[in-house]
Design a protein around this ligand. Structure first.
Ligand code: PHE
Length: 373
């Protein structure tokens, strides 16, 4: 008798769990919520949360409320891989959103591909990410384009002919972006006089900066993340290097000026969006984000928001959460009005969209120009 009622309550609990799982649509997110690049993960997750909240208020998707399950990978590629395993096998998510850093997206993508669960990276720009398989997407542009944008900007707009590179040998993003930059810059007729390397987590860049200084470049291209770029800028100025610094989207965080101070003033970088964009999709997003989180959204927040909305729209269009149908629906995304621009997913599962060039002025990133793909 006791055994029977025990079994019955187990069954009741089990089916309650089942029902609970079934009356919600669960979406996964994995990112660096702690560690050196914590602003990447936190901003992205907040952007996703805002998108989900807006959809839930409007009735959810396929008649169900949407739930977010997020894991912190502390900025470690292996943890990123494990997070996706867990999201798929334990939490039964319908899709995963992440990562920011290309190295971590590259580590996690094979898992999503293996289980045929769609993955959308909000902001990983290394071309190899979506080549991991036909279930892997991104809502951002890729580094061959971003490198070309900055090389043309240096050569044509700033009229600089002699550049130096300082890149992170442990980052797929940094290594790739530097290569694409060099390719275009040299094709235009420019010369790269120094190509120095560091490793993520380094704090002393004096040796590299001294050899760069000895070659007298007119600018230094530093395709890294804000963490190291801020320190590099400071040490460059201390070493008497006065030329402009340039970089890519990895610079984007309000921590850049916090770490770099006056040393990053006047530098340029390419990015996914600008807060100065007057389109209502951008201004409404900024206003709602500020109300919810009390801070200005950076490009990561905007990309997270867009990735989540592209996914939810795709679920709605597919009228299904089944892997293959959802995959096909994401692949069919066309002219989606995002905060980071108008998103069309191409044959390679990348987004074809514009980039902006920004200039660091005080604590702000001022819009300089927009470049179409
Ligand atoms: N694009 C970077 C990468 O692929 C990540 C990044 C995107 C960082 C946007 C900051 C802002 O690694």
């Amino acid at each position: 008798m006791i055994m029977k009622s025990f079994l019955l309550s187990v069954l009741v609990i089990l089916s309650a769990c089942q029902n609970k799982a079934n009356d919600k649509i669960v979406i996964g997110n994995f990112g660096s919520l702690t560690g050196a690049e914590a602003t990447f993960g936190i901003s992205t997750k907040q952007g996703i949360e805002l998108a989900i909240e807006e959809w839930n208020k409007a009735g959810g998707v396929l008649g169900k409320q949407i739930e977010l399950k997020a894991y912190d990978n502390q900025g470690k590629p292996e943890e990123a891989r494990l997070s996706v395993e867990k999201l798929i096998n334990v939490d039964n998510v319908v899709a995963v959103l992440g990562e920011v850093a290309s190295t971590r997206s590259l580590a996690a993508a094979p898992v999503a591909q293996q289980y045929k669960v769609p993955m959308i990276s909000p902001s990983s720009t290394n071309p190899l990410v979506t080549q991991k398989g036909d279930y892997i997407f991104r809502v951002c542009f890729i580094d061959p384009f971003q490198g070309e944008v900055m090389a043309k900007f240096a050569f044509n707009s700033l009229k600089l002919k002699k550049g130096a590179i300082l890149r992170d040998s442990k980052s797929d993003y940094s290594m790739g972006l530097a290569n694409y930059f060099i390719k275009t810059f040299e094709a235009l007729g420019g010369t790269i006089v120094a190509d120095e390397k560091f490793v993520s987590g380094d704090v002393d860049f004096k040796a590299q900066l001294t050899s760069i200084k000895n070659k007298s470049p007119e600018f230094i291209f530093v395709p890294g993340y804000y963490t190291e770029v801020g320190l590099i800028a400071r040490q460059a100025r201390e070493a008497g290097v006065k030329v402009p610094l340039m970089g890519g989207d990895g610079w984007d965080s309000d921590k850049l000026t916090e770490i770099g101070g006056a040393a990053v003033e006047g530098s340029y970088f390419s990015n996914h969006y600008t807060v100065e964009d007057p389109r209502p999709e951008v201004q409404n997003f900024i206003a709602n984000y500020k109300t919810k989180f009390g801070t200005m959204p950076d490009a990561l927040a905007a990309s997270g928001y867009d990735a989540a909305r592209v996914l939810l729209e795709a679920i709605k269009r597919a009228n299904s959460i089944e892997g293959q149908k959802l995959r096909d629906s994401i692949a069919a995304t066309k002219d989606f009005q995002g905060a980071t621009g108008i998103i069309t997913i191409n044959e390679q599962r990348d987004a074809t969209k514009s980039a902006v060039v920004l200039k660091v002025v005080g604590k702000a990133f001022k819009f300089v120009e927009s470049v179409k793909p």
